[in-house]
Write a protein that binds this ligand. Structure first.
Ligand SMILES: [Zn+2]
Length: 325
C-alpha cells in the first residue's frame, strides 16, 4: 500500500463505530496470528526439502496457496507445502489456530471451543483430533531414576457412534459391574520423578499386555515402584529391572522414605478430574485425550498456544528449545 493511501485509510479509523473498531482489532489480531502460524510451519525446515512422494530434492517454488509456499517436484511433478502429509494439512482459517490451541489449554469441550473461536462444531471436532494426533502419538523417551507405574481405568464409551455394540447407557454413567470389568478400559500410567509421564491404553492387564507397553519406557538402571501387582514382579524380573513393590493392600505407603507410587496416583486423580468435564470420552478418542492431558501437564505454568501448536506440528526441536529457555 502506498503511504498516501495508508494515511487516508488510517484517518478513516476516526469515523469507525466502536463495533467496527472491534472488528478491525480482531482482524488484525487474526492476521498477526496467521503470520506467526506460517512462520512456525515454515521455520526451521531442513535445508533441503524433499518431495513427500518420490523424495527428490529437485524442486521448483510453485507460488503461494493460503500463504504457504508451494513447491513442485521436478521428478514426479507433484506439488506440496510444508504441511503436506501432516495432520494439519488442508485445514483452513489459520487465523484461528492459536485461539483454538488456547481453548485446548483451557480444556474446553468441542462445542465451547467452537463458540469461542467462531467456527462450526464439526470444524471444532475435526481440529481437535487433528491438533491432538501428534501429541497423542508421542510418549516420553526412556525414563530415569525412580519411576512409578500404575493402571487406571476409564469407562468404555461408544459416544458419537451410531451403531452401539451394546445398549446405550446414560451419558457419563456407571459401569454395570464394580471394579474391573469389560466395560472399563485400562490405561497404564508411568511417571518418573522429573515429571515425565507416559499414559497408554492397554488391551488388558496381563503380563503379556503390560510388558510391551512398560519396558520400552524404562532405562536399564531405573528403580520401578508399583502397588505390588504380581504382574510387575514378573515383568521386572524378566527384564532385570529393580523393583520396589509397595504393599498398599497391607497398609504400606512408602519404602525407605523414597519408594512409593504417590506421584503416579496423584497424576491419575488429576487426569480423572480433568476428564470429568467432558462427560464421558468416546473410547476411540481416549488416546487423544490422554495425549492432550500429557501435553498440558508437561508444560505446566509455561504453557502457551505457541508451544501447543509446535506440539501439534510435531516440531520437537523448536519445542524443546522454547521450554528450556
Ligand atoms: Zn516427487
Amino acid at each position: 500500500m502506498r503511504s498516501t493511501e495508508f494515511k487516508d485509510w488510517m484517518s478513516s479509523i476516526e469515523r469507525m463505530s466502536r463495533h467496527q473498531r472491534e472488528q478491525l482489532r480482531k482482524r488484525l489480531a487474526g492476521k498477526e496470528d496467521t503470520d506467526e502460524v506460517i512462520a512456525l510451519i515454515e521455520g526451521h525446515q531442513p535445508d533441503k526439502l524433499a518431495c513427500p512422494d518420490c523424495k527428490s530434492t529437485e524442486l521448483y517454488r510453485w507460488g503461494n496457496v493460503s500463504q504457504l509456499q508451494r513447491y513442485r517436484c521436478r521428478q514426479c511433478h507433484r506439488t506440496f507445502n510444508a504441511l503436506t502429509g501432516t495432520p494439519l494439512a488442508r485445514l483452513r482459517h489459520k487465523d484461528k489456530w492459536f485461539e483454538y490451541e488456547q481453548t485446548l489449554i483451557q480444556g474446553l469441550s468441542i462445542r465451547q471451543s467452537a463458540d469461542s473461536c467462531g467456527i462450526a462444531n464439526n470444524t471444532s471436532f475435526k481440529w481437535r483430533h487433528r491438533f491432538l494426533q501428534i501429541p497423542a502419538a508421542r510418549q516420553p523417551g526412556k525414563m530415569n531414576g525412580i519411576v512409578e507405574a500404575d493402571e487406571t481405568y476409564f469407562l468404555e464409551s461408544f459416544k458419537g457412534q451410531r451403531r452401539l455394540p451394546r445398549s446405550a447407557r446414560k451419558r457419563g454413567g456407571k459401569a454395570d459391574k464394580k471394579g474391573t470389568s469389560k466395560e472399563q478400559v485400562p490405561v497404564l500410567v508411568v511417571r518418573d520423578r522429573h515429571g515425565e509421564t507416559a499414559s497408554c491404553i492397554l488391551q488388558g492387564t496381563s503380563t503379556q499386555q503390560i510388558e510391551p507397553a512398560l519396558i520400552p519406557l524404562l532405562n536399564k538402571d531405573v528403580i520401578l515402584c508399583t502397588d505390588g501387582l504380581p504382574t510387575y514382579k514378573q515383568i521386572t524380573r524378566q527384564a532385570n529391572i529393580a523393583h520396589r513393590p509397595v504393599n498398599i493392600a497391607a497398609g504400606q505407603r512408602v519404602i525407605d522414605n523414597i519408594y512409593h507410587v504417590q506421584n503416579v496416583n496423584a497424576y491419575d486423580s488429576r487426569l480423572k478430574q480433568w476428564m470429568k468435564k467432558f462427560h464421558g470420552v468416546a473410547t476411540r478418542y481416549l488416546g487423544n485425550y490422554l495425549g492432550w492431558h500429557r501435553m498440558i501437564d508437561r508444560l505446566g505454568q509455561n504453557i502457551t498456544p505457541t508451544l501447543c501448536f509446535l506440539a501439534s506440528l510435531g516440531k520437537t526441536r523448536q519445542f524443546q528449545q522454547l521450554i528450556i529457555t
